[in-house]
Design a protein around this ligand. Structure first.
Ligand code: PBG
Length: 430
């Protein structure tokens, strides 16, 4: 849904709340009456606030003096009423060179000259409905700050997680993606904990769905948080990441997440053929309605550093270059796009975000599917650090980076700024 944010001065504060996905700027009128109606039944608490406007004319229209005909006759007779004079030309500062004006018949600045015109011609809109909020969870009761990601926490799945999701929903962010910090003792070389129906992620999904049935839950499908090797797949003794065996595990993981109530499973592992295999596994278990968001173009990037610290999931040896893509490659993203499309992906994701805007645009122009961008941990931390050091304006750079991801062609953005940015869009101060 394309919705816009009223960002020009207006007399009535943007009415927000509603379903928190629409923001409507309303101009006051003497004749309009607003009735706020809370909806809901006894079984379900009221959530929607419906605003109705009705025309009401109180009494006859007041007479101002002369009739229309008398006014027209006066003007025709040459008695033109007074209006403010033609404004004088503003003076240029002393010393401004006097030059003939350039013979331009197109001056693009004309369409940028006032906030109202700029708002009217704005091509890209940003809304909390576009955000997916990545959340780190752990078994603990407390929320633990993540050193490399100021403002982010490993949330206790029973309390902190539920509260954080509640806050996000309050400002219109109703989609989350979960990343678990798994106890070392549960990690193994085949990552079998990934499909434990009573593991951390399935438990958290069940709790969230119980509390917020309309929340959209995305999950990460990959073995790295569960792998004693810190790799996204099973590692052979010679260091090779085993493709088809890993896909077998990923199918079980995706089905287990779907069983718990996940809405969108998101394979981030970059194994070949996993989208088709997962689609088949989900369908075979009756999860035809569960979507797949494929990490289509996921690059072997150093921007993931803070994330790996958050989950303690650094590869124990080597790197991820045999499965994640080479940052130097562009055309290869099309190969992955065609594969994922034909295997049945519902959403295609590009990761990281800002350094890969060309790839987002490439996918946007070559697929009709929705495109997602992941503004990853390193991008987040750089903006935070620059803000703390007062080198940049954190809030403005945050909003600009998100807008640019949308402009490049992303429909949705996975971003650790989801809550902070949505608060800004809703006009709340931090
Ligand atoms: C793991 C996964 C990673 C991220 C999301 N899923 C890390 C990796 O591939 O090493 C990174 C997210 C971020 O940096 O914010 N499958």
């Amino acid at each position: 849904m394309a919705s816009s944010i009223v960002n020009v001065p207006c007399n009535v504060q943007a009415i927000k709340g509603l379903d928190c996905q629409n923001y409507i700027g309303l101009r006051p009128s003497r004749n309009l009456k607003f009735n706020c109606v809370k909806t809901g039944t006894t079984a379900r608490p009221p959530r929607l606030l419906v605003v109705r406007a009705s025309e009401k004319i109180d009494g006859p229209v007041k007479k101002m003096g002369l009739s229309d005909a008398e006014c027209e006759a006066a003007v025709v007779a040459g008695n033109v009423p007074e209006a403010p004079p033609v404004p004088r030309k503003p003076a240029a500062p002393v010393g401004t060179p006097v030059v003939p004006s350039l013979p331009l018949n197109r001056r693009p600045r004309r369409n940028r000259k006032s906030p109202v015109l700029r708002a009217a011609f704005q091509e890209t809109q940003l809304s909390p409905a576009n955000f997916v909020y990545p959340l780190f969870i752990h078994e603990g009761e407390e929320d633990t700050p993540i050193g490399a990601m100021p403002g982010c926490y490993r949330l206790g799945w029973r309390h902190g997680l539920v509260e954080e999701v509640g806050k996000a929903r309050d400002v219109g962010v109703n989609s989350v993606v979960l990343f678990p910090k798994v106890p070392d003792a549960l990690k193994s070389s085949a990552g079998d904990e990934a499909y434990n129906d009573n593991g951390l992620v399935p438990r958290a999904i069940r709790l969230l769905k119980d509390k917020y049935p309309d929340l959209v839950i995305y999950t990460d499908v990959a073995l790295d948080p569960y792998s004693s090797d810190g790799h996204d797949g099973i590692v052979r003794e010679d260091g090779v990441i085993m493709n088809d065996e890993t896909v077998h595990q990923l199918c079980k993981q995706a089905v287990s997440q779907a069983r718990a109530g996940a809405d969108v499973v998101s394979p981030s592992d970059m194994m070949d053929g996993r989208i088709g295999a997962i689609r088949e596994a989900l369908d075979a278990e009756g999860f035809q309605h569960v979507s797949i968001m494929s990490y289509t173009a996921k690059y072997a990037s150093s921007f993931y550093g803070p994330f790996r610290e958050a989950l303690d999931s650094n590869p124990r040896f080597g790197d991820k270059k045999t499965y994640q893509m080479n940052p130097a490659n562009y055309r290869e993203a099309l190969v992955e796009t065609h594969e994922d499309e034909s295997e049945g992906a519902d959403i295609l994701l590009v990761k990281p975000g800002l350094p890969y805007l060309d790839i987002i645009r490439l996918l946007r122009d070559n697929s009709s599917l929705p495109i997602a961008a992941y503004q990853v941990s390193g991008e987040y931390s750089m903006i935070k650090a620059g803000g703390v050091l007062k080198m940049i304006d954190e809030e403005k750079v945050m909003m600009e980076s998100l807008m640019c991801l949308r402009r490049a062609g992303a429909d949705i953005i996975l971003t650790y700024f989801a809550l902070q940015a949505a608060k800004c869009l809703c006009g709340e101060k931090r």
